[in-house]
Design a protein around this ligand. Structure first.
Ligand code: PRT
Ligand code: ZN
Length: 219
């Protein structure tokens, strides 16, 4: 039986890389060693693995260049691409939060009216402001968001937080949660090239621990 290879996009390096590779291993999928780090394939499963910037993964999956991908919900919703979420994966947990200077008298979202907010998530911030009927200026920057208030670039920021220590180190306090996020498995909308449940069930897995995830990918 000839089978098309399933193409999966995962982060090339960064916070989601280790857990994404571990997930594939737990599914019994062995990756070829000594690989070119942009693309590899599995030794024992009809799968190609693409290593990408996380920001590009939703687009690749929407375009069906990759059939499935692993990305944080924060990136997925900001990129606003048409893909299906298959499964929440339980790692890469963080929250997208509003933070202001520690000494500010923050008395609710109304505080943000007329203020300037620095962020790398302009779409999610705009949705948050609209939902809360707040008029504020969104200042999009590409990184080092936490220093923005300290250097007079913005009154507030919206950025990812996990332990909170980066905010603390920059004299900021977290005041609102915009989004709770974790890594999700996404796939192209519509029919998959390989979509037979009986086919996937007939495959012999070296490790069966996460077979459910693989079945979800295909069916
Ligand atoms: O190179 P590439 O574009 O692929 O990677 P990246 O630098 O954009 O992303 P990366 O590797 O930093 O994060 C990948 C994903 O991990 C994010 O999109 C989130 O879904 C998830 N994640 C989980 C986090 C964090 N926790 C996190 N704490 N991403 C970033 N942070 C940063 C945050 O931006 C802030 O600067 O960590 C800092 C805050 O951490 P604490 O612990 O001090 O609160
Ligand atoms: Zn990124």
């Amino acid at each position: 039986m000839t089978v098309n290879k399933l193409k999966i996009a995962i982060q090339k390096s960064g916070r989601l890389y280790d857990e994404s590779v571990k997930l594939l291993k737990d599914c019994g999928i062995d990756l070829k060693n000594g690989v070119n780090k942009l693309k590899t394939e599995s030794d024992n499963f009809p799968m190609e693995i693409y290593f990408l910037r996380d920001d590009d993964i939703p687009q690749y999956v929407e375009d069906a260049v990759a059939d499935v991908g692993i990305v944080g919900e924060n990136v997925l919703y900001e990129k606003n691409k048409k893909v299906d979420i298959v499964e929440h994966l339980g790692f890469g947990k963080c929250r997208l939060s509003v933070a202001v200077g520690r000494s500010e008298q923050y008395d609710g979202v109304g505080y943000l009216n007329g203020k300037r907010i620095a962020t790398t998530y302009p779409l999610l911030v705009q949705q948050f402001l609209e939902k809360n009927k707040v008029m504020a200026e969104i200042h999009e920057i590409s990184g080092s968001v936490e220093i923005a208030p300290g250097i007079g670039l913005a009154h507030a920021i919206v950025d990812l937080v996990s332990s909170g220590s980066t905010l603390l180190a920059n004299g900021l306090k977290e005041v609102e949660t915009v989004l709770q996020s974790q890594a999700v498995l996404i796939r192209t909308g519509g029919l998959m090239r390989v979509s037979s449940r009986s086919w996937i069930n007939s495959f012999s897995y070296p490790g069966r621990k996460k077979k459910r995830v693989i079945i979800n990918i295909y069916c």
